[in-house]
Design a protein around this ligand. Structure first.
Ligand code: B4P
Length: 190
């Protein structure tokens, strides 16, 4: 299986590049952000709990997202591989993913990290907030908090994969297709 972890700060282009990767490599796209927003729109108990955290710019508890990933892996275990978009976001999630993939006799092929300067992240998210209806994109204070959560809790996940020699950094600035070419070239090597 080809299992790619797409990594980056909020607004780095994970969702955008995932769509293109799925189309090109025919992998299953698992976005914990999308899964959580689905729970919210369906008004489930999990969704209600997640909404207040997301609206406040905080991460949702590890056990909640790990459970969602477990379900998705079980549903798609016969596929060619996965693109993990926005997951893992903590070291505990990364460890859980390793265990889950091991149980399917596979592993993470590599982490592709999109790097984008902070001012550009804020600009992209604010712009999306004008049309997306995403409450976590409309308040600049919340955007700042999401970036802070990323720096404190999510950045160490890069070290986790670096230690396994599975970390690949890509410049996430420029035109979307130009970035996709960089990502695609890296994934092809995996
Ligand atoms: P996500 O849905 O993962 O949202 P995100 O980090 O904002 O990234 P996204 O993929 O949507 O945006 P993209 O960079 O593609 O998470 C939302 C929330 O859910 C989190 O804050 C957290 O609370 C919770 N959550 C999710 N996963 C979790 C987990 N594992 N553990 C705990 N909590 C979790 O794009 C942003 C914008 O930039 C778009 O408008 C796009 O069009 C634009 N853009 C992209 N590339 C561009 C480019 N090259 N140039 C210009 N604009 C570009």
């Amino acid at each position: 299986m080809l299992n790619i972890v797409l990594f980056g700060a909020p607004g780095a282009g994970k969702g955008t590049q995932s769509e293109k990767l799925v189309e090109y490599f025919h992998l299953v796209h698992i976005s914990t952000g999308d899964l959580l927003r689905k729970e919210i729109s369906q008004g489930t108990q999990l969704g209600m709990k997640a909404k207040s955290l997301i609206d406040d710019g905080q991460l949702v508890p590890d056990n909640v997202v790990i459970g969602m990933i477990e379900n998705q892996l079980r549903l798609h275990k016969e596929e060619k591989g996965f693109i993990f978009d926005g997951f893992p976001r903590t070291v505990a999630q990364a460890e859980a993913l390793d265990e889950l993939l091991k149980s399917l006799d596979t592993e993470v092929s590599g982490m592709v990290a999109l790097t984008v300067p902070k001012e550009e992240l804020v600009k992209r998210l604010t712009l999306r907030g004008q049309t997306s209806g995403r409450t976590d994109d409309t308040d600049e204070e919340v955007i700042e908090k999401r970036i802070k959560e990323y720096n404190n809790k999510t950045k160490p996940v890069a070290d986790y994969y670096q230690e396994q020699n599975k970390f690949y950094e890509i410049d996430g600035t420029g035109e979307i297709d130009e970035i996709f070419n960089r990502v695609k070239n890296q994934v092809e090597k995996l």
